[in-house]
Ligand binder design. Sequence first.
Ligand SMILES: NC(=O)c1ccc[n+]([C@@H]2O[C@H](COP(=O)([O-])OP(=O)(O)OC[C@H]3O[C@@H](n4cnc5c(N)ncnc54)[C@H](O)[C@@H]3O)[C@@H](O)[C@H]2O)c1
Length: 474
Amino acid sequence: MTDTVPFAGRIVLLGHGTIGRCIVPMLRRCFSFDPAQLHAIESQSAPDPFAAHGLEGATYRVATVERDNLDQVLGPLLRSGDLLLNVSMGVDSVDLIDWCHSRGVLYVDTSIEPWEDTHWNAGEPMHRRTEYAYHQRARQRLLGEPPRGGPTAVVTHGANPGLVSHFAKAALLEVAESMGLEHDVPASREDWGELARRTGTRVIHISERDTQRCAEARRPGEFVNTWSIPGFVEEASMPAEMGWGTHEKRLPPHGREHAEGPCNAIYIARPAANVMLRSWVPEGGPIIGLALPHSESVTLSDYLTVREGGRAVYRPTVAFVYLPCDAAVASLHETVMRGWDMSLPQRVVNEELVDGRDELGVLLLGHGAGGWWYGSQLSVAEARRILPGHNPTAIQVAAGALAAAAWAVRNPERGYCEPEDLPHQEVLDMARPWLGTMASRATDWNPLATAARFFPEPGRDPDDPWQFGNFLVT
Ligand SMILES: NC(=O)c1ccc[n+]([C@@H]2O[C@H](COP(=O)([O-])OP(=O)(O)OC[C@H]3O[C@@H](n4cnc5c(N)ncnc54)[C@H](O)[C@@H]3O)[C@@H](O)[C@H]2O)c1
């Protein structure tokens, strides 16, 4: 473990669900603070959640944060120099950060969220129900031009989004080395974009396969997952979304471009639950996963864009390809079959897991080293040794949030930050002890190798394996 992070302010945890429960013992190990400084605000009650971690004196308040009660619920707990760690669902990140900024409070979250009703409002134009739109809104209100600085607020810093942006930088350095490219360690976004361009990286997948399994099989009509069920269903109900590379020749069927902002991402006017992409992970092999909308597709593709004369001349396609655990695949299918019925009984599995792993990393493709995967292969057995009582998925996410919180405390005046703005090595050093087995390795996989054999696919481009149409399952 790295040195503990001394913190004299209060830490307020908003949300004490799968990730909130997991991060408490991690904070205990990695931060030095008086337990009386720790407070949780959570809609649901929980019997004495802190005593087991030696945190007598920490408080737990049952309350629901809403649009019009921020002062009332957060006001008594948070003062200048304190930290709000938001791991709730459906609480607007931008409104929370605005509130924190005006009071000098540090802020970290793992997902950029609007208020809950926005997601489920079918009347909201589709382009506004995208991660691209959420980030544009945050940047316009919080970043400003020139950037307005102020108390540090790190958004979307769990595992993915979050750690995967740092995995991508680490992988780029490995690819450059294996290609024998001479370069300095990049010090700015322009340098990282230039390095990505020089390697020839055309596609970055955040490729994840979850093989966690529990003894009690999923019953028909039950929703089983390894993390937030509402969070997963919400993402699956949004349009599929990806950062759009400058090498792409044509939009996919139902593909739409944005009209405002950097226009580095596109969305597909179909629920992400129905949009599948081919990808690959080292242990799990070739996968076909959901093209879920995720912040990193938006922020990482923007960060790596090289512009000349205001025009984007290089950008990789960046997409999240997620194969959830088998029980979650069946559960989502059942939810969609029932017209997005969210009333199924829910079970987030943890202690009852018997084996499997969450294999989560980045797959860089099209560069001079062929393909390269870099990431965490945290297994259930490893997770039990590292942090008993928590599953691999929760530990990976909480490790990202923990690292962001440590960085925010050490760098309290950086204003609005997306994951790519943080120093990748420092973040990885902090997260590394929690991530179990790590892999960094070359692969010769390409999407044509596992393409459908029996039917022609309209988007297939045999002359260029890295075209989006070769990854898209149609
Ligand atoms: N970046 C990543 O890697 C990553 C991965 C998984 C989850 N997440 C995000 O982390 C967050 C937490 O995920 P989780 O799996 O712990 O979810 P969860 O559903 O298990 O827990 C969320 C908790 O927040 C509480 N809550 C919801 N709204 C609230 C409100 N208005 N006021 C107070 N409490 C409220 C809920 O009661 C619940 O206990 C979600 O936003 C999710 O999308 C990020």
